[in-house]
Design a protein around this ligand. Structure first.
Ligand code: C2E
Ligand code: MG
Ligand code: MG
Length: 734
């Protein structure tokens, strides 16, 4: 029993050992057979090594062969794309157990010897040329290869001494080098060529079958005891790889159409079709966008018409008129405008006696008559019922009379001309726009003024018109005369530049001159600057006049220069020229270049009021002008709001003291004291001082006694025409 028990215990123990073995043994075997080798490979060699488009895994002939051989040696394999540019470098990377493919054992990048496996497969290598070219012998040829194939390159060099191998990063670079004649042929694995040459752009490349050779395809690692052991074990697997297996793997990949067209390939292959399709698509898209835009525009136009056009007369509605008037005022600040408010006094009576239809016809006729006469810069609207507003350009009294006879009279006589007795009575109020109106463009406000004038007519007269602001009308006419004549005056020579000499009172010599503008107006006669400069400034036209004056002065300076006289002239710069930021320094710089002058010949007078208007911009302009070599003078100092702060801030070369302030109201003695200290102060600040407006010898003597000797004024010379100035200068020299 004991014996039996003992036997049973033994059998149970044996069973446990067997069971444990049966569990442990496969585990121990598996630990060896499933050891995973990390193999670094290049992946730019479809179909030898490449990334599968669907799984992202590294696959290919090389990968499958290696996997099959490794399996036979009891290894699993995990492929990694080498991050190094060459296999030599990859050999030194310890993260890979193995690197492939090698033709033979080569040294690593750091010079370590390597050990390679037996040949996995004999790989054919082929030369590819551009077209059918005859090639020099392999020992004397320039070949292009991918730089990642440095291992192969080294083997080829060993095999064919004398061969020149240039390596390139990518296949397109290889092909460019071939096309540029930098190499005679490209060398690569035939399997890879079978893939690469499917690219349509490479259809001109030809395989050179006569120059084929084959290379071994081996796995390598650094020559270490572990490396050698690994290779030895792997070789056992390689030797177990049958020819049939090798061929099956090769055939599997070479028979598949692995090349995938990219956009460039499609363009190359189906260029014309792609181009036509893209163009057609583009045209259709553009057409459809245009059509949609046209529909939208038509829709908007319809809406606009509903909102902005009066359906009865075809004139603008009040809303449309406001919009149009604002646009016009902003676009044409230089056009003098008036706005009229017109009303039919006896319209109710007309409607009652002749019927509404007759009333409507009259309104339609009136609107039509006005619109016939309007230029594109003018506008009219029906405000409501029998009231019309017109924005009209001011030309002069004649135009008002013409409008009276050509528009108002036919409307007045509309029914009389149709054989009825009713004479239409029209009352109009006229408001002449002021410069402020152009900025505000408040149409309602202007119409209110015109309506007040109309009301006066309605209450005091039978019909007719009245101005809300008759003084403004006078000015409006003058503005029209000045602004509309300016371009012609510039061209015809009606605008002239006169010169007023400046003298050194001690020596009596002429030191310079100021250019002053004069206008011989065809309608208004000789005009002084005070009569046209403020108008041109308000209308935004002063820059045109100034440019003309500066140009004329430069022409004169150039002429005098040619006659051997190097003169200097002060020119005036309007505060508006500065305010509008018209790159004044650049303009003057170009001018002196054009006329071959030096900057000291032009002195730029900027009126004191401009300094007060926009100090920052003015300081910038002044600094730039002085940098370019021009002298800057502060004009009219003492006539406006001269401030000590301004003298401190603005870097000018000269102050032009306006003597009007001596002769004006106030205590003359106080004026003299101020002048005395001003002279001292300006000199102490290192600036020049010119006194202008000197009318008497007493004034000149006083200024001299205080140290101010540069003078300009009627006491010496009045402004004169250029010719007269020239003869004065000649006389002064004699
Ligand atoms: P301004 O630049 O201060 O020019 C001096 C003005 O004083 C000139 O008037 C000149 O004729 C006048 N004047 C000179 N000496 C005397 C004198 O002893 N007594 C009196 N009562 N007046 C004297 P003008 O030519 O009528 O010019 C007036 C202003 O018009 C100029 O003042 C200047 O600001 C402006 N101006 C003249 N021509 C131009 C020009 O081409 N462009 C610009 N933007 N402004 C100009
Ligand atoms: Mg001046
Ligand atoms: Mg002045």
């Amino acid at each position: 029993m004991k014996k039996t028990n003992c036997g049973r215990q033994l059998a149970a123990a044996l069973l446990c050992v067997l069971l444990a073995l049966s569990v442990l043994a496969p585990a121990a075997y598996g630990a060896e057979s499933e050891e995973t080798l990390i193999v670094g490979v290049p992946t730019d060699r479809c179909p030898v090594f490449y990334h599968d488009a669907e799984t992202g895994e590294i696959v290919g002939i090389g990968a499958d062969l290696m996997r099959a051989a490794a399996k036979k040696a009891g290894y699993a394999v995990s492929f990694r794309q080498i991050s190094e540019t060459t296999l030599k470098e990859a050999l030194d990377n310890e993260t890979y157990d193995l690197v492939m493919p090698f033709g033979s054992a080569i040294a690593s990048a750091t010079g370590h010897a390597s050990v390679v496996s037996d040949n996995l497969i004999q790989t054919p290598f082929t030369l590819v040329t551009e077209g059918k070219r005859s090639l020099p012998p392999l020992s004397n040829i320039r070949v292009g290869m991918l730089s990642s194939q440095s291992g192969v390159a080294e083997t080829v060099r060993q095999r064919y001494p004398g061969i020149v191998i240039n390596t390139y990063e990518t296949m397109p670079e290889c092909v460019s080098a071939l096309r540029a004649g930098k190499v005679d042929a490209l060398l690569h694995n035939s399997y890879v060529w079978s893939y690469v040459l499917q690219k349509p752009a490479y259809s001109d490349l030809m395989v050179q079958p006569a120059d084929m050779f084959s290379m071994d395809f081996r796995v390598g690692t650094l020559d270490t005891p572990e490396g050698r052991a690994l290779i030895e074990r792997l070789n056992r697997g390689i030797s177990g790889l049958s020819d049939t297996e090798q061929q099956a793997i090769t055939l599997d990949y070479t028979s598949r159409r692995l090349y995938r067209y990219d956009f460039a390939d499609y363009v190359h292959e189906y260029g014309l079709i792609v181009l036509l399709s893209v163009s057609l698509f583009g045209i259709l898209t553009v057409l459809s966008v245009q059509k949609r835009r046209a529909i939208r525009r038509a829709h908007e136009e319809k809406l606009r018409q509903v909102m902005e056009i009066d359906p009865l007369t075809g004139a603008l509605s009040m809303k449309g008129f406001q919009k149009r008037a604002q646009e016009l005022l902003r676009a044409h600040p230089d056009i003098p405008y008036l706005i009229t408010y017109n009303n039919i006094k006896n319209f109710k009576f007309i409607n009652d006696s002749l019927g509404r239809k007759a009333g409507d016809e009259l309104l339609h006729f009136w609107a039509g008559k006005v619109m016939e006469k309007l230029s594109p810069e003018e506008a009219m609207c029906r405000i409501v019922a029998d009231r019309f507003a017109v924005l009209r350009r001011i030309v002069g009294d004649e135009k008002i009379h013409r409008d009276e006879s050509e528009i108002i009279d036919p409307v007045r006589n509309y029914f009389v001309d149709h054989g009825k007795e009713n004479r239409v009575q029209i009352c109009s109020g006229i408001y002449v726009l002021t410069p402020e109106d152009y900025q505000k463009a408040d149409v309602d406000r202007m119409l209110d003024f015109a309506r007040l004038a109309e009301k006066r007519v309605r209450e005091t007269k039978k019909d007719g018109y009245a101005f809300y602001n008759p003084e403004q009308w006078k000015r409006g006419k003058q503005v029209a005369d000045v602004c509309s004549h300016l371009p012609k005056a510039i061209q015809s020579g009606a605008l002239r530049v006169w010169y007023q000499p400046q003298i050194d009172y001690v020596s009596g010599k002429i030191t310079g001159a100021e250019a002053l503008c004069r206008w011989n107006h065809s309608k208004l006669g000789w005009l002084q600057p005070a009569e046209f400069i403020p108008i041109l400034e308000d209308a935004g036209l002063i820059f045109d006049l100034d440019c003309f004056v500066w140009d004329q002065v430069c022409q004169d300076l150039q002429r005098w220069q040619k006659e051997g006289e190097h003169r200097n002239v002060s020119v005036n710069l309007s505060r508006c020229d500065v305010r509008e930021d018209r790159n004044i320094p650049g303009h003057f710089h170009d001018l002196i270049k054009t006329y071959g002058l030096s900057p000291d010949q032009l002195r730029i007078e900027i009126t004191e009021s401009a300094f007060a208007e926009n100090p920052e911009l003015l300081i910038r302009t002044t600094v730039k002008l002085r940098e370019l070599g021009f002298q800057v003078e502060m004009d009219d100092f003492g006539s406006g709001y001269s401030s000590l702060h301004m003298l401190k801030e603005v870097p000018v070369d000269c102050i032009k003291l306006d003597l009007h302030f001596l002769s004006g109201t106030g205590d003359p003695e106080r004026g003299r004291i101020i002048v005395s200290y001003m002279v001292q102060m300006v000199h102490a600040l290192g600036m020049k001082l010119i006194a202008e407006g000197v009318e008497t010898v007493a004034q000149a003597e006083f200024l001299k006694s205080r140290g101010c000797t540069e003078l300009q004024g009627f006491c010496f010379y009045k402004p004169m025409a250029a010719q007269e100035f020239e003869s004065v200068m000649k006389k002064a020299r004699e």
